[in-house]
Design a protein around this ligand. Structure first.
Ligand code: DO4
Ligand code: MG
Length: 285
């Protein structure tokens, strides 16, 4: 069972519950304190509340090609880095001279955390993500994304793409914000799986497929068992000495890095699948 945000042909936005291939619209006028998807997710029991909000006057629809929006309201989107060995090694190789910092952050108690995007900057499922015009080496980063309540509790999971410019970060780690935070650099969605409906995390597979000209140009996979940190500790560190009155999303780092001779190109198609959540697909502008 999952939650999502749909844009109807009329332009109207619906908050929906998705179960067994069917979509049920929720009546967001019934509870004064529950006006948006985040209100529902941050409530004490989102699954129970969603069941109570099913709009009995609306008929359910089959899940087939509807336009899902990024499941974000007013939350900031943050990201963690170097949480998998594959990411540490790839960055040590690309960075010449700053390699030791990646090893240090991989093993330190304090994780690397950075602000990735504000809600208005997030790319919706199916919409184009971008590579920087001044970058020569760009990759998608497929990442489990935590949906965290204002109280710091992980309430759900979605799929995230932390688009990155490897040559800019590799030139100097102080360029990280430019390598990571630019127009069209963060996509999330399509749906949120509430914590109670997520399969055990260690077995969850993340898969990345990049298609070029209709053919596969790169495919890779990993599992969450490869992550060197727990989702709870990442959320806890994010909320240390900070507050998120609207909640937050946290991308948890990549465990899949294409080989060094691979760079994304305009027209590529990036597809990230996380078991128990679904597939986030974006063309590259
Ligand atoms: O240190 C740079 C960022 C790392 C990152 O985004 C990742 O490991 O996913
Ligand atoms: Mg990343």
């Amino acid at each position: 069972m999952q939650f999502g945000k749909l844009r109807r042909d009329s332009g109207e936005i619906a908050i929906v519950l998705v179960e067994r291939g069917h979509i049920f619209a929720l009546d967001m006028n019934r509870e004064p304190a529950v006006k948006c998807l985040a209100d529902l997710l941050h409530s004490p029991d989102p699954v129970k509340l969603a069941g109570e909000l099913i709009d009995t006057l609306a008929t359910s629809e089959k899940l087939s090609g509807q336009t899902f929006l990024a499941p974000v309201d007013e939350q900031e989107i943050w990201a963690a880095g170097v949480t998998y060995k594959r990411s540490k090694v790839a960055r040590e190789e690309e960075s010449h001279g700053a390699a030791q910092f990646y090893d240090k952050v991989y093993t330190a108690p304090r994780p690397e955390l950075f602000l990735k995007a504000t809600p208005a900057r997030v790319v919706h499922p199916g919409r184009p993500v971008r590579i920087r015009a001044d970058a020569k080496w760009s990759v998608p980063e497929p990442e489990l994304t935590l949906v965290i309540s204002p109280a710091g509790k992980i309430v759900g999971y979605t799929v995230g793409n932390d688009m990155s410019s490897r040559d800019i970060e590799g030139e100097n780690p102080l360029y990280l914000p430019q390598a990571k935070i630019y127009k069209g650099s963060c996509a999330v969605g399509p749906m949120i799986t509430p914590t109670s409906a997520m399969p055990p995390l260690e077995g969850v597979e993340i898969k990345l497929v990049i298609r070029r000209g209709g053919k596969s140009a790169f495919e890779g996979s990993t599992t969450l068992a490869q992550m060197a940190r727990t989702t709870e500790s990442l959320a806890e560190w994010l909320f240390k000495e900070n507050e998120f009155p609207n909640g937050a999303l946290l991308l948890t780092g990549t465990g899949i890095v294409p080989p060094d001779d691979f760079s994304l190109q305009t027209g590529d198609d990036v597809s990230i699948t996380i078991a128990g959540i679904g597939t986030l697909r974006n063309p590259v502008a």
